[in-house]
Design a binder for this molecule. Structure first.
Ligand code: ATP
Ligand code: MG
Length: 501
């Protein structure tokens, strides 16, 4: 018996006519039947009528939003693989999309090749589903919003957000690994906040901070008189957390004897208070994190192999910041805005030169280092903008030379930027600055000044900038030099040259 080959059906829901047209062209080229809908509402009707295998769904549309449509579509056609497309990617959208059962998520503008390969894998997954004849259930999700506090538009972080969405609704144990300061604690909390246990307790235990002889009593409780100092009965964190989520942070620092008990809690769902033979049933979801190399510890027998496999059901490996430098400027912006919110002031900005310099740094302390550095620099910065001189000078020296900007030996001296032309430091930053100043060398006014009066545009602009800085600094040369990023000696020279004394 032969089975007729089915042509895969792809439904494109997007209010952008041009995009629908391009998608239709490339997808039809792959022998897919392509259906189109220009709104979420129309999309639902089409999905009901045609039962597409794959749906490419825009997130931002007039009328029903993509996220809303996604939830309805999952009800109408649970076997369809939905790919959410959006130009407005945020952490929460990615997490939500995956939670609501999207197959994947792609940010606009995208490469048509990428969407093609994604559609292909969605079609493969969809026929797998047909074969298995199973219907994925839509997880019931609370509308609870996480506080949008996780930043990351790099593809590595987008993958992390997808994983959060995929694992949040199940009770699976998640192991979060990554260097110090990469955000393991933040991710654990996001999993909890997006889980079905979000209304239940969440208890984080830092296994490294509790002395070995106390950790068992902390976790499992103890009976009165079970050891010296146990003057009262104590209820442990596992019992307190019944029905909720327990986050075992720094699990690589846990003693072997405690590991055995954790394993039992995980496997049997039961614990014993220290000094008691009674077993108590507990229902907790466990999340764990460490920056220790657990695999090596297993080989060295300092971490139980069976516990390792039990915890490592799903692994979220957080990438170090140096491998996702595209997130740096967004993180800085986020930290500055949060700082402004907390101190009820206007958010400071960061100068393009300072940003260019920070982009060269490798961030061994990851996001925590970035956070501390920005807090510190924002406090030091006197104006509304963080300048190179406000950054820690050791860092400026380390990453700034060579080929970065020259840095003075002494901290009291302003940074001498004029020896290293701006265009050599950061071309994009220089462009932005020109944009702010509205200086266009091809402008008719300048052409006229140049030809009729022999005026040099650079000198003209420099003179105007110095005059402005002197005015802003109330005539104080040290301050003006600082604003301009030049030494006081150079400023004096220029003032003489332009007759600005
Ligand atoms: N993606 C992110 N967006 C915003 N803030 C972040 C992000 N990642 C980390 N942070 C911030 O950086 C700091 C360090 O994060 P966290 O404590 O979660 O790191 P960690 O991986 O647990 O580090 P350690 O291994 O040292 O415990 C926190 O203040 C956290 O809020
Ligand atoms: Mg931590």
């Amino acid at each position: 018996m032969t089975t007729a080959k089915i042509t895969p059906k792809v439904l494109v829901i997007d209010d952008d006519n041009d995009l629908r047209y391009s998608l239709k062209r490339v997808l039809s080229g792959r022998q897919y039947e392509v259906l189109e809908a220009a709104s979420g509402e129309e999309g639902l009707i089409m999905a009901e009528k045609h039962c597409p295998h794959v749906i490419l769904l825009d997130n931002r549309m007039g009328g029903m939003s993509g996220m809303e449509a996604l939830q309805h579509l999952r009800g109408i056609n649970p076997n369809a693989m939905i790919i959410l497309m959006t130009a407005y990617g945020t952490t929460q959208t990615t997490i939500e999309a995956m939670k609501f059962g999207a197959f994947d998520y792609i940010m606009k503008p995208f490469d048509l090749k990428k969407i093609l390969s994604l559609t292909e894998s969605a079609i493969a997954a969809s026929s797998d589903l047909d074969k298995a004849g199973k219907e994925e259930s839509v997880p019931a999700v609370s509308k609870e919003d996480i506080e949008g506090g996780i930043i990351g538009s790099s593809s590595a972080m987008q993958e992390v957000f997808k994983m959060i969405g995929q694992v949040a609704a199940s009770d699976v144990t998640v192991m979060i690994t990554g260097e110090s300061g990469t955000g393991k604690e933040l991710i654990a909390r996001a999993i909890y906040q997006n889980s079905l246990r979000a209304q239940k307790p969440y208890i984080a235990v830092n296994c490294a901070a509790i002395p070995e002889n106390l950790i068992e009593s902390e976790l499992f409780g103890h009976e009165k008189g079970s050891f010296t100092g146990a003057t009262n009965q104590r209820i442990g964190k596992f019992e307190l957390c019944d029905g909720g989520t327990i986050f075992l942070d720094e699990i690589g620092d846990m003693a072997l004897t405690t590991q055995t008990k954790i394993l039992r809690a995980l496997q049997e769902g039961e614990i014993q208070r220290v000094g008691s033979s009674e077993t108590i049933k507990v229902n907790v979801r466990m999340l764990a994190a460490t920056n220790k190399p657990l695999e090596e510890m297993v080989k060295e027998k300092t971490f139980r192999e069976d516990l390792y496999y039990r915890l490592n059901v799903v692994r979220i490996q957080l990438p170090p910041l140096r491998e996702r430098k595209e997130d740096v400027s967004q993180l800085i912006d986020f930290v500055l805005k949060r700082l402004a919110r907390d101190s009820k002031t206007e958010a400071k900005l960061i100068s393009p030169e300072a940003l260019a310099l920070l982009n060269k740094h490798d961030w061994p302390g990851n996001v925590r280092e970035l956070e501390n550095l920005i807090y510190r620099s924002a406090v030091i910065a006197q104006g509304e903008m963080i300048l190179i001189k406000d950054l820690p000078q050791e860092l400026v020296r380390a990453v700034g030379s060579p080929p970065g900007p020259k840095v003075p030996k002494s901290q009291s001296e302003p940074v001498a930027l004029e020896e290293e032309p701006l265009h050599a430091v950061a071309p994009a930053a220089a462009e932005t600055l020109l944009g702010h100043l509205a200086i266009d060398p091809y402008d008719a006014v300048y052409a006229d000044l140049r030809e009729a009066h022999g005026i040099n545009i650079l000198e003209h602009a420099e003179r105007a900038l110095i005059a402005r800085a002197l005015q802003d600094a109330g005539g104080k040369q040290v301050k003006a030099a600082e604003i301009l990023g030049m030494t006081r000696a150079t400023l004096r020279k220029r003032m003489d040259q332009y007759d600005l004394g």
